[in-house]
Design a protein around this ligand. Structure first.
Ligand SMILES: C[S@@+](CC[C@H](N)C(=O)[O-])C[C@H]1O[C@@H](n2cnc3c(N)ncnc32)[C@H](O)[C@@H]1O
Length: 276
């Protein structure tokens, strides 16, 4: 039986980076075929391209993009190693499911709150095996393609060095800007944008889904750092477009929000596509 201490510990769990467990459980309607954002993304941005998904959480949208648009490769990175483990778990499950029908796997099939295995038993999170090792341990030939295309890595994007030489055609940053802004302030946000610009090849695509300023308020107290940064932030999400075009150097922007079907309340956010 659960002790009082254990249950209060559960209640107190905070996610200071937006690193929620089972994020899609409350973002996507049950029974939905796919994340509504996938409907507005265009194949030409991904097909045969090298892609990066910053803040991939449990990897579901990363995997679905790879399957739907046939990326050459897609790397999902997340600051939280537990989410990276979830992502590898979803990748293995996805590879298994799609090898039977060769169809992209529905979000509802992948989303599995308690990590129940196929026989319904609860599976504890994987031990901290090096993620590269996990990707090399796929066993059946049907899984090889997806495992060759999709990979995940733990990384704090704003505090890592990105050595010259590794570039991408398309970079996604979906519902992550608020968390970077709250945790690393205006400087962190500008670092995020300029690193993305540097990592993109000429003509490369940056897809960003910024959270609105009013949503910062409900998360500002997740840590002392976020509370302090919230008070000092001067840049507002409405200014991101101007900053990305005039200061960072992107050449064009397209607002693809209008194509979105209504999402769950609180998740109707703009999606902007910039070209380097
Ligand atoms: C709200 S979730 C969004 C997940 C996914 N991109 C989507 O839109 O469906 C934000 C994710 O960004 C990750 N994150 C926050 N700060 C990060 C950083 N500095 N570097 C890498 N990942 C980060 C969090 O751990 C979390 O999983």
């Amino acid at each position: 039986m659960e002790t009082q201490k254990q249950s209060s510990k559960k209640r107190k769990q905070v996610f200071p980076f937006g690193n929620y467990r089972s994020y899609y459980g409350y973002r996507i309607d049950q029974g939905t075929d796919e994340d509504p954002r996938l409907k507005v993304l265009r194949k030409e941005w991904f097909e045969g391209k090298e892609c990066l998904d910053i803040g991939c959480n449990n990897g579901i949208i990363t995997i679905q993009i790879a399957q739907k648009f046939c990326c050459r490769s897609i790397l999902g990175i997340d600051i939280d190693s537990d989410r990276v483990q979830d992502a590898y778990w979803n990748l293995r499950k996805s590879a298994r499911l799609s090898s039977s029908g060769n169809k992209p796997v529905k979000a509802s099939k992948l989303q599995d709150k308690d990590h129940a295995d196929d026989s319904g038993n609860r599976v504890t999170a994987l031990s901290r095996v090096d993620t590269k090792e996990i990707s090399e341990k796929h066993s059946s030939p049907e899984q090889i393609d997806l495992f060759t295309i999709v990979s995940f890595k733990r990384e704090n994007f704003v505090q890592s060095r990105h050595p010259p030489g590794k570039n991408y055609d398309t970079i996604l940053c979906l519902s992550v800007t608020k968390w970077i802004h709250l945790n690393w302030g205006d400087d962190g946000l500008i670092t995020l944008f300029s690193e993305i610009w540097k990592l993109l090849r000429p003509g490369g695509i940056f897809v960003v889904e910024p959270q609105p300023w009013k949503s910062y308020e409900s998360n500002r107290s997740v840590s002392e750092t976020t509370a302090a940064n919230y008070r000092n932030i001067t840049i507002r999400p409405e200014q991101f477009q101007e900053i990305l075009l005039d200061k960072i150097g992107f050449r064009t922007v397209e607002d693809i929000t209008s194509g979105l079907t209504l999402s769950k309340t609180g998740f109707n956010r703009p999606i902007l596509v910039f070209r380097k």
